[in-house]
Every structure is written in C-alpha cells, then in structure tokens.
Ligand binder design. Structure first.
Ligand code: SF4
Length: 189
C-alpha cells in the first residue's frame, strides 16, 4: 500500500515511549535512499555498522568494525524515509542489524504503521533470532519483519542467478507464515 508523503508524516504523533525510542541512536555504515536490489520496489536501505562474522567475500567489509560508522537517531532516519513518497519499504542490511535490534525496532514499527514493508538481512538464522539470539530485542525486530534473508554469505556458494540473496545457503523467509506455522516458510520467487 502506497501512503502519500503527507499522510506518512501526519502519522508521526508519538507516544512517550516512541518519542524516547526515536531519540535513541544506532550506528550505521550508510544508507541508500532508493535501492532496487534489497527487496521489491524502491526501498530505503540502512546498513548497520558492526558484524562479528567477517565472511570472506563480504560486499561490505567496511561495516564489520563496531567502532566505525556514524551515529544517527531513529528520528533522523525516519524523516528521510517519510520524505520519499515512492518507497515501498525499508530494508535493514549490514553489518548485522540484529546486533542493534533495540534501536531499529521503533523504526520498523513506524514503517509498518504507515504501510511500508520491512525486510532484513542477517548472518543469524531465523531459528536463532526467534529464540532471542543475540538478544530478546532481536526476536521483537524479527516479528516486525515481512521478510528475513538469513544466514551469512558463503563465498563458495555464490551465485549471480539468485534473487535477493548472494549465496545459495541463504533463505528468503516469509516471516509471518513461518511465525504462524512454527517452521521456516521460504518466499516463493
Ligand atoms: S554476515 Fe553479512 S555483513 Fe556480516 S560479514 Fe557476513 S556477509 Fe558481511
């Protein structure tokens, strides 16, 4: 559902809890305002800073160091998202977004509230995130995602034929269906 820019901004009446959450910062490696490769449609992609895995061949090695990158508030990110009426959704990528799940949860909730879809890429597996690894907030962020692309990139399994993922081990998961059924349901592609 496409919600016009003005409507997206007008939904920005915050509860006290949400106002506090929007003042929190997350550390990011960067953003792409209008990505067409991180899920369907035009998406605002946020690259979280910090990842423990350091997979060989990772496309974003500059995002591995937890002390690098830039601190931004959730409010700053939201204002940029709300300003683009052409967006279909937002995507969390990395680095490892689920290491900063507490901060990103408020952004995911707001995106959903205005009809934007939420995708996330993670080196963690769905089965880990759903049981609170690496944190209880990670489970909450997972619940707010429409789609999770899970598992770390494996260079030996790289394929250019794949949609939305880099290596064949990664799964493009329908989170709502998986949550409801209790097992992983991959998105039909
Ligand atoms: S999990 Fe993702 S961001 Fe982290 S090193 Fe592997 S490919 Fe890079």
């Amino acid at each position: 559902m496409d919600i016009p820019k003005t409507d997206r901004v007008s939904t920005a009446i915050k509860t006290a809890d949400e106002a506090q959450a929007f003042d929190e910062t997350v550390r990011i490696a960067g953003t792409v305002d209008d990505s067409i490769v991180d899920g369907p449609g035009i998406r605002f992609t946020i690259f979280a800073q910090g990842c423990k895995r350091k997979c060989p061949g990772c496309h974003n090695p500059q995002s591995h160091d937890f002390s690098a990158g830039t601190d931004v508030t959730i409010e700053q990110l939201w204002q940029r998202i709300a300003a683009n009426p052409l967006l279909s959704g937002i995507t969390f990528s990395g680095g490892e977004p689920f290491e900063q799940a507490a901060g990103l949860t408020a952004l995911a909730q707001r995106a959903r509230d205005v009809g934007l879809s939420v995708w996330a890429y993670s080196g963690y597996f769905y089965d880990e995130l759903i049981v609170g690894i690496p944190s209880p907030e990670a489970t909450r962020l997972l619940e707010l995602c429409d789609v999770l692309v899970d598992g770390a990139y494996i260079q030996d399994q790289r394929s250019l034929e794949l949609k939305w993922r880099g290596s064949t081990n990664q799964r493009v998961i329908d989170v709502a269906a998986s949550w409801k059924l209790g097992f992983v349901v991959e998105l039909a592609q």
